[in-house]
Design a protein around this ligand. Structure first.
Ligand SMILES: Nc1ncnc2c1ncn2[C@@H]1O[C@H](COP(=O)(O)OP(=O)(O)OP(=O)(O)O)[C@@H](O)[C@H]1O
Ligand SMILES: O=P(O)(O)OC[C@H]1O[C@H](OP(=O)(O)OP(=O)(O)O)[C@H](O)[C@@H]1O
Ligand SMILES: [Mg+2]
Length: 281
């Protein structure tokens, strides 16, 4: 039975549970449940702190897990990324009061507050910058206001927290993060992890694409298919009226309306969009 570590709290917890549910696994009903066995899915879910997940996976105590790329790198664990999961996106950035720093070199000699000590120490060392890292558990933006740091390095999603403390990001992002599936390199559960990966990829793809159906005059079908090439090749069916064809193709959700406009201009009609609930590619 594959042992999967799942975030029990924080930003990644609800979307990770939703993704596993959509992939057909049984998830916990009550936040007090710490372990859930899903006999049908042949998995056991361990609800752990997101920060600890890479450590458990790296040590081989669990087979794989869902965590953030930033937390994985910070842990220094031997776990490796299997796939991006398409949620929990954030950047990891330096920030300070305006006028303190504009480039990473300006951090030299400063006190840098962060909850991601491993990640920041490595980044500073890689850039040859010597600075004192102050490890805090959270609310690091306040560290500057309270005078324990000159610079912070933290997760930035909307930037609202930084703005509320009068801080500005500087330098290039240290990292772009999102939720990832991780596993231990060289573990001997390759088949079970591959089943999990395919299921999760099915969810990621189903969320990313819609199914588009439309009718188009037969003499325009090639031009229509060029607009909606699908993943492999669109399905073209004949209609009772032989002058028309029906086309079915997957289209990236983000461009659905632009594609529909283009098809309509070409002469397609009865253009229908349907959500994809699950898929295997
Ligand atoms: N707005 C956000 N704030 C914090 N973490 C975020 C945000 N958006 C995405 N993440 C990602 O979530 C992970 C951090 O989750 P974690 O549970 O440790 O902290 P948290 O979401 O801030 O929760 P907590 O309430 O325990 O502080 C990281 O991988 C981070 O990149
Ligand atoms: O860019 P934003 O959209 O403002 O989001 C980023 C902020 O959210 C998180 O803090 P959280 O609320 O989890 O508090 P914490 O610092 O105590 O973890 C994170 O640590 C940043 O402070
Ligand atoms: Mg937090």
């Amino acid at each position: 039975m594959l042992r999967i570590a799942v975030p029990n709290k924080g930003s990644l917890s609800d979307p990770a549970a939703a993704m596993l549910r959509e992939a057909g696994y049984r998830t916990r009903r009550d936040t007090k449940e710490l372990v859930v066995r899903d006999e049908a899915g042949d998995v056991e879910l361990f609800y752990l702190r997101p920060r600890d997940i890479a450590v458990y996976v790296g040590s081989g105590t669990v087979d794989c897990g869902i965590t953030g790329r930033d937390l994985l790198l910070d842990s220094g664990s031997a776990a490796v990324e299997v796939m991006d999961l398409g949620f929990g996106a954030s950047t990891f950035r330096y920030a300070a009061r305006p006028g303190t720093a504009t480039r990473i070199e300006d951090i030299a000699g400063c006190r840098v507050a962060t909850s991601y000590q491993g990640l920041v120490e490595k980044h500073l060392a890689d850039h040859g910058v010597s600075a004192e890292v102050v490890r805090l558990d959270g609310a690091v933006e306040t560290a500057i206001t309270l005078g324990v740091a000159d610079v912070i390095a933290d997760v930035v999603e909307t930037g609202a927290t930084l703005r509320s403390q009068g801080l500005e990001v500087f330098g290039d992002p240290i990292l772009r993060s999102e939720a990832v599936l991780v596993r231990r390199e060289g573990s001997d559960d390759a088949f079970a992890v591959e089943v999990l990966r395919r299921r999760l990829l099915g969810v990621v793809t189903a969320r990313h694409y819609v199914m588009l159906d439309y009718d188009v005059p037969a003499d325009l079908v090639d031009r229509a298919c060029a607009i909606t090439p699908g993943l492999e090749s669109p399905t073209v069916s004949s209609l009772q009226n032989r002058d028309w064809c029906a086309v079915r193709a997957m289209v990236p959700r983000a461009v659905t309306n632009a594609v529909m406009d283009e098809l309509y201009e070409l002469g397609a009609r009865a253009i229908l969009v349907t959500d994809i609930t699950a898929c295997r590619l």
